[in-house]
Ligand binder design. Sequence first.
Ligand code: SAH
Length: 260
Amino acid sequence: MRNVKPKKSLGQHFLNDKNIAKRIVNSLSYNGYSNLLEIGPGKGILTNELIKKNLNLKVIEIDNESVEYLKHNLISIRNNIINQDFLKINLFDVFEGDSYAVIGNFPYNISSQIVFKIIESRDYIPEFCGMFQKEVAERICEDFGSKKYGILSVLTKAFYSTEYLFSVSPSVFYPKPKVNSAVVRFTRKQKYKLDCNETSFFKIVKTAFNHRRKTLRNSLKIFNLDDNLREDSIFDLRPEQLSVDNFVKLTNMINSYNKN
Ligand code: SAH
């Protein structure tokens, strides 16, 4: 059958190094769940390794041509291929509410959206692991105080521990990407419920980082901060200076004043 011609618009950079595929697949713990979802299997280099783990494996792939390829070449999963856009599906439905891990060599153009979507479904995703553009991997893993620390770092760290596992050079992909890559593992924290209203927390983090150079006093004006509250020294800070715990504290401060 015809080979799959890589499509730039879908972020298709096929990995062609089996050892790296094995390393990525072996980055998950395979502990505490019996289901696995791969995002963007492409021609199945990771899938072939994942099959060996003998878990309940499903893959989601948007590209019809790749789906046809997989159906012909990876017979054992032909009934477990979801031919849809990952960003448009309901993650609860994939394993009918059962827990699962997620893995993939992610399409870089939507990798942040993939992470945000998984975070929203944290209740049933205890672990995930993926290949990212190196800069994105660094941003995810960065701690507060760093210039790279941003929305992605805070929202991830609120619920998952992140580990930058290893870097990957462009030469192991076809076609070669213009950027370096890196693999990150996300392990859900034991306690992944925040001690504050989580909807407000998301809104405050996003608003603060939308104006990352401004102090919180300026960037959070839309929350109609009470005059007394606004004098608190936490509002002298800029968002990259706040840990997750500080953002939780800030959320509680703002919410308790707004209630009065
Ligand atoms: N896992 C393969 C392919 C990685 S390239 C490998 O390592 O070689 C990224 C893959 O994600 C491509 O197959 C692309 O078609 C797929 N993809 C891109 N956007 C997607 C989306 N929104 N939903 C599901 N799959 C997507």
